[in-house]
Ligand binder design. Sequence first.
Ligand SMILES: [Zn+2]
Length: 259
Amino acid sequence: MKILIMTDLEGVCGVYRFEQTREYGTPANLEARRLLMGEINAAVRGAFDGGATRVVVWDGHDGSKSFLLEELDERAEVVMGIFSSWDLVLSQGFDGAFLLGYHSKSHTPRGLLCHTQNSLTWDNYWINDRLAGEIYQEAILLGAYDIPVLMVTGDDKAVKEAREFLGDDIVTVQVKIGLAREAAIMYSPKKARAMIYEGAKEAMKKIGKIKPCKPKFPLKVRWQFKDSGIVDRYRGDAKRIDATTLEKVVEKPEDIFYP
Ligand SMILES: [Zn+2]
């Protein structure tokens, strides 16, 4: 059984301020990335102990350059860097995916490090008039390749959002509780890893039982930015519906991310 682990950084236990996720290579950022690697290895161990034969981990945070490879479980493979055809990875016959270290959508009350795609420039984001975030985006992309999301990890708001969009059958692992956008109650990283290990093993049992997320296309997608100047400079074919908002009817899953 082949498992794909998509990662983000904001939902990792021990990560609770943007200083850790926005500024690359600082001591705070390196600490966050070490914590990420600990959670990845826990998920990889759980997947293999649950019957996986191949585990590929895809670095999904800002520019896809966050993994510290020396720390990676030697059985896992990784995808890093930016490339145009996600098909190259997603078409390799994965039986399921984990979303590890995810966060809630923009403006989630007490959602830890909540944002959608860009925490500095993006505001709200809708799919078919429903406010949505990155968890739903990833699930739709994976669903297009018949890959179901089996497990989501993150703070309490992220896992709640995952259940709202993907249903209660998925495994969720809550590694912290958001008190504010940059404040949390957290477990020790060791405990979070133990929970993720158990969650991953449990998630392996869900293969074949959870359906991929496949909303009917075309989808109406709306992007609201924090600054009208961003839309002033926009050159694509989405429709401007007010000073800060673009809207587009999209036919393909890879087009739901950016206008
Ligand atoms: Zn991120």
